[in-house]
Design a protein around this ligand. Sequence first.
Ligand SMILES: *Cc1c(COP(=O)(O)O)cnc(C)c1O
Length: 396
Amino acid sequence: MKRKTRLVHKGRNPLLHGGSVNPPIYQTSTVIHPTLESYHAAERGKAYYEESQGGNALDFSYGTAGTPTTFALQEALRDLEGGEACVITSSGLSAITIALLSFLSAGDHLLMVDTVYGPTRRFCNKVLKRLNIDTTFYAPNIGAEISELIQDNTKIIFMEAPGSLTFEMQDVPAIVKVAKSKNIITMLDNSWATPIYFNPIEHGVDISLQAITKYIGGHSDIIMGAIITKGDDVTNKILSYYRNFGETAEPSSCYLALRGLRSLSARMERHQRSVFTILRWLKERPEVAKILYPALEGSPDYKRWKELFSGAASLFSVVLDKKYTQEQLSNMIDGMKYFGIGASWGGYESLVLDFDPSSIRTATKWEETGSCVRFYIGLEDTDDLIEDMGNAFDRL
Ligand SMILES: *Cc1c(COP(=O)(O)O)cnc(C)c1O
């Protein structure tokens, strides 16, 4: 089965659910079993995520471990990412923090990409630091030279490609090669590309992380994350650890995530077409000094993106021609008609925010002097979006 077909058919077994095309929302805490034997078998933890492939719906003992709705989402995402197991968490950030804490102990060392999603960085600096776990941030373009940063106590190399806000690519194969030679676990935050456009696990990464909140949810109405693992040791560790955190995802949100997932390939194709249309127009605007987007020919990361990814998402940033005051930026952005001012992305509606990368980099220095603006391109007509952006630049 090709990926787009799997996207439609995996994690779904109508005959287990009264013929219903979509697995229903199992809204439950207690799970009643017919016998003690059945209950204890479930408690010992059978392969709970296999339920949607035809396993016994009673293979779970309590709602916190997930319900058949959760298992259906797990199975669909596990398959798409090419992993061996998938666990669903209450947010994208908690997928990241649980994955990290499942492996790190006091005295360990972590290598973290400098362009990582801000809250992941904060978790390292606030929580891991207090637990006596040391983080070294590394430049996103480091490649095989990451070997020079590895210490005897390095347990994890964490990647995000492309990076948050500034969209630098990483040499994933080179980093994975070094990590494997030293028995270091690799993780990659794959929220931007989604499993439609990149499969970290196929490139040897041990754990792929998703903020389902973004493109997979796709409608700005749920918060959820996923940890997808490959390899026995890594998989067993995640499966035996994540439940200790009291993490669980609401079945109703799992239902919405599955519903979003089914249309992911169609939405991503459309997002991609729109973003390229908009970037062709944007390149000619005199207010734009630089476009930060790896899928743009001429971008320093274009070659790497082309080698690894099969497509591009619709989130990018621009560096403006000079430093503008907050008032000037407000004048530009506040009056936009279709671009909402707000965090997150991945929904059907376009978004915009200004940001300053200089304060959130430590391994690298941000050399650009112009103000930065991030755009998320939704599913609106690109003519309308271009008109809105044009008016915004005129106001600026
Ligand atoms: C938003 C985001 C997350 C976190 O997802 P939440 O569900 O909002 O916690 C993680 N990584 C990246 C790259 C993100 O953009």
